[in-house]
Design a protein around this ligand. Structure first.
Ligand code: F6R
Length: 247
């Protein structure tokens, strides 16, 4: 894992936005689609603000961009305020010129007996798009990436997962009370993430202990982000506080 340490989250987010813009433009020049894997949560918010700014002020077009989000709560309707579908539209998609047909998120409102098939179709859609060129990740305090909680298999693909209680508590801020936080999610698997051509994980502030375990600790399914040590092109973009426990 390459680690890039920036003074502030703002500077880190800016650098990643620039990398994404460069990739989109390089693909445009070759008449190719640019396939991005996207994350939600508080970590990538600034990144999305910069991408919107680049669209508005620097003519960055997203017409050739195809997106696949990591995860979605289950069960939850996409119209719900807390859905990741809603998050992505409010924080990014509504403000750029991406083709709605190119936007993909797992469907949190689908009936349970159709989820397996839906997950297989999600994987197939990624493959049909030519695979993910650049996957953006955050990291949970327990080391999860996407909603692959500790113990998730490295072979797992997109599937229905049960959220850890600590994950539900971490995301409580978006819901009226804990009982309203969904108990499950549909998430890309570790193997889906590992198949991305490049992975950029962002972490700011209080994530120092888990960043150190992911980068320098044993590679173990108990710390899902540590599996990224085996990815051929993975960079952690972190700020100084998140770097505090690296040796
Ligand atoms: C979100 C996701 C999660 C978050 C992680 C960190 O799509 O897959 O893995 O990246 O829980 O969340 P924040 O950024 O809110 O600290």
């Amino acid at each position: 894992i390459d680690v890039e340490v920036y003074k502030t989250p703002d500077e880190g987010a800016r650098a990643v936005a620039q990398e994404i813009a460069d990739l989109i433009r390089a693909k445009q020049a070759n008449n190719e689609k640019c396939v991005l894997g996207l994350a939600t949560g508080s970590t990538p918010l600034k990144l999305y603000e910069y991408l919107i700014q680049m669209h508005k002020e620097e003519d960055l077009s997203f017409k050739n961009v195809v997106t696949f989000n990591l995860d979605e709560y289950y069960p939850l309707e996409k119209e719900a305020e807390q859905s990741y579908w809603n998050f992505m539209h409010v924080r990014l998609f509504n403000h750029i010129d991406i083709d709605p047909d190119n936007i993909h998120l797992p469907k949190g409102e689908w009936p349970k007996d159709k989820i397996r098939q839906h997950c297989e179709e999600y994987e197939k859609a990624i493959d049909d798009a030519g695979g993910i060129d650049l996957q953006i990740l955050g990291i949970g305090n327990n080391g999860h990436i996407g909603f692959n909680e500790p113990g998730s298999s490295i072979h797992a693909r997109t599937r229905l997962v049960v959220l850890e209680n600590s994950t539900r508590v971490a995301n409580l801020k978006d819901f009226p009370n804990l009982s309203k936080v969904p108990r499950m999610a549909i998430s890309m698997g570790i193997s889906t993430i590992m198949r991305s051509k490049r992975v950029v994980l962002l972490a700011w502030g209080h994530k120092a202990p888990i960043v150190a375990r992911a980068v320098e600790g044993t590679v173990t399914e108990q710390v899902p982000a540590s599996i990224l040590q085996q990815h051929p092109d993975c960079t952690f973009v972190i700020d100084e506080s998140a770097a505090a426990e690296l040796t």
